[in-house]
Design a protein around this ligand. Structure first.
Ligand SMILES: [Zn+2]
Length: 160
């Protein structure tokens, strides 16, 4: 992200995800580009989970934020290449862990790395001895896990 759109970028990068209010759009890697076409800003975003209702909220957040700056913006969605959880920044992953949510495993070339495959680390005690309790946690983007070490249940941000 660069060019003469710093004003828009600075305003948008700090906006937060409605379902995970401690994560910014920058942490999530949602904003793909900011361009100016015919004096209008065109913001291209990558929807996270398909069908995640958060994306329409994010869209209006972006428009409202820029409107306050006197910037007229259009929001476009890009599905190619599709957003994956690998786009979540290391800062974002750290925040997830701090909030007790196991971050998604990092993939390499689209595949889970062997060492981390199917292993979810407990955000409380860092044990890998965990088990999935339910495919769906507090939101559709998360599944519910339980730590066999400290016995605490926790959410895991699904890896896609
Ligand atoms: Zn634990």
């Amino acid at each position: 992200m660069k060019q003469n759109n710093d004003k828009a970028w600075n305003a948008l990068r700090e906006l937060t995800d409605p379902e995970l209010p401690f994560l910014t759009l920058e942490d999530l890697g949602v904003i793909r580009s900011i361009k100016i076409k015919n004096k209008n800003h065109v913001i291209t975003i990558s929807p996270t989970y398909i069908g995640c209702p958060a994306i329409s909220v994010i869209e209006s957040k972006i428009k409202n934020r820029l409107k306050k700056l006197g910037i007229h913006a259009r929001v476009e969605k890009s599905f190619s290449p599709p957003w994956t959880t690998d786009w979540i920044s290391s800062k974002g992953r750290k925040k997830l862990e701090e909030f007790g949510i196991a971050p998604p495993q990092l993939k390499k070339n689209g595949y889970l790395q062997v060492a981390s495959a199917n292993k979810v680390k407990c955000p409380q005690c860092s044990s890998f001895s965990t088990e999935k309790v339910s495919e769906f946690g507090s939101t559709a983007c998360k599944s519910l896990y339980r730590c066999l070490q400290c016995k605490e249940p926790f959410d895991h941000f699904k890896c896609i």
